[in-house]
Design a protein around this ligand. Structure first.
Ligand SMILES: Nc1nc2c(ncn2[C@@H]2O[C@H](COP(=O)(O)OP(=O)(O)OP(=O)(O)O)[C@@H](O)[C@H]2O)c(=O)[nH]1
Length: 313
C-alpha cells in the first residue's frame, strides 16, 4: 500500500495568525516538501499572495460558506495533488478563519480514495490572545476551532498582560482538554507541530454528532478597484471605520498605493490594522487593488464608498 501523506490542518479565528504559522513551517522544514491548500474566503484570492510556498505545490480553493460547502472542492484539490507531478511529503491545509475544522478532518479521513492517500497528522488551532474573548462572544465557531484542536497556539502574546494570559490559558485548557498548548508571538516556535499523530481527531465521530450544523455568522464581500490609493486618506478612513464598526472582524487586501512600486498588503484584525510592502508589481501585471471585508451585518455600500474615497485624486 502507498504511504499516506500526513496532513496538518491550520485552524483559528479570523486573523489569529494561520498564514503566519504556515509560512514559518514552510521556512523551517524545507525538506518536508509541503503542498499547501489555501481556503480563500470569497472569490478574490488574497491569501495565496501571502503564502511563501512554491507555486507548484499551492492549491487555492475559493468558497463562500466554508462550513457547508468545502468538501467537494477539497476532494478535488487533493485529487489534483495526487495526479500532479509535484512531489510532496506533507500537506498543509489552511482553513478560513470561520471554518469549522471538523468538516475538513471528516473529508480527509473518510472520503473514499482520499483517505487511502492522506492521513490527518493534527489540527493546529491559532488563538489571538488579544482578541479571542471578543471573537468568541461574536461567533461560537471560534470556540469549536479550539475544541477540535490537537494543539493550541496562543499567538500575539507579547502585548497581553501576564494575568490575562494565565486566565486565557486556563480557559483554553478547559475548552480543549488533552490538547497541547503553547504561548507564542508571530507563531515563532514551530517545534514538534508536524508530528502530532492525530490524537484528538480520532474523536471525530463524537464531535461531529455533538456539534453538527456549526454555521458561522460571518460573511464576506470583496471589492476590486483600478487606480491608486492615497496612504494618508486610507489611514484616516481605516482608523475610523475599525474603531466604530463592531461587526467588521477582518479586512485583507493587496493594494496599489500611490508612489510605490510594491504591492501594499493591508491587514486588519478587529480594531488594529497594518499596511506593509509586499512583492513588486510585475511590468506586465495590471495594478488592480483587491480588498476583502469579513464581518457581521456589514454595510457593503457604505464600506465600498468609504474605500473609494481613499483613492488618489
Ligand atoms: N502583533 C502581532 N501581529 C501578528 C502576530 N501574528 C500575526 N500577526 C499579524 O496579524 C495579521 C493576521 O495574520 P495572518 O497570519 O494573516 O492571520 P490568519 O489567521 O491567516 O488570517 P485569516 O486567514 O484572515 O483568518 C497579520 O498582519 C500578521 O502580520 C503576532 O503574534 N503579533
Amino acid at each position: 500500500m502507498r504511504k499516506q501523506a500526513p496532513v496538518t490542518i491550520l485552524t483559528g479565528y479570523l486573523g489569529a495568525g494561520k498564514t503566519t504559522l504556515l509560512n514559518r513551517l514552510v521556512e523551517a522544514y524545507p525538506e518536508k516538501k509541503f503542498a499547501v491548500i489555501e481556503n480563500e474566503f470569497g472569490d478574490e484570492g488574497i491569501d495565496g499572495e501571502l503564502v511563501k510556498a512554491e507555486k507548484g505545490g499551492l492549491y487555492e480553493l475559493s468558497n463562500g460558506c466554508v462550513c457547508c460547502d468545502l468538501s467537494s472542492d477539497l476532494v478535488k484539490a487533493l485529487g489534483d495533488l495526487m495526479l500532479s507531478d509535484f512531489e510532496y511529503g506533507h500537506v498543509l491545509i489552511e482553513a478560513t478563519g470561520v471554518a469549522d475544522p471538523a468538516g475538513i478532518v471528516a473529508t480527509v479521513s473518510t472520503e473514499t480514495h482520499i483517505s487511502e492517500f492522506f492521513k490527518i497528522d493534527g489540527v493546529l488551532a491559532l488563538v489571538d490572545a488579544e482578541a479571542f474573548d471578543l471573537q468568541l462572544l461574536n461567533d461560537p465557531v471560534a470556540g469549536r476551532q479550539v475544541a477540535f484542536a490537537d494543539f493550541v497556539l496562543m499567538n500575539k502574546c507579547a502585548d497581553v498582560p501576564a494575568e490575562r494570559l494565565e486566565s486565557l490559558e486556563k480557559e483554553l485548557k478547559e475548552m480543549s482538554p488533552g490538547a497541547g498548548l503553547r504561548r507564542t508571538d508571530f507563531a515563532r516556535d514551530v517545534e514538534g507541530l508536524l508530528s502530532l499523530g492525530s490524537g484528538k481527531s480520532r474523536r471525530l465521530t463524537d464531535f461531529l454528532t455533538e456539534n453538527s450544523g456549526g454555521h458561522t455568522n460571518a460573511r464576506s464581500f470583496s471589492v476590486v478597484l483600478d487606480g491608486s490609493f492615497n496612504p494618508t486618506k486610507l489611514h484616516y478612513w481605516l482608523s475610523g471605520v475599525l474603531a466604530f464598526n463592531d461587526g467588521l472582524y477582518r479586512i485583507k487586501g493587496v493594494l496599489d498605493l500611490a508612489g510605490s512600486d510594491r504591492k501594499a498588503v493591508l491587514q486588519s484584525v478587529m480594531v488594529k490594522y497594518s499596511l506593509v510592502g509586499g512583492g513588486m508589481w510585475k511590468p506586465e501585471e495590471k495594478k488592480t487593488s483587491k480588498v476583502v471585508f469579513i464581518g457581521r451585518e456589514l454595510d457593503k455600500e457604505k464600506l465600498v464608498e468609504g474605500l473609494k474615497s481613499c483613492m488618489s485624486d
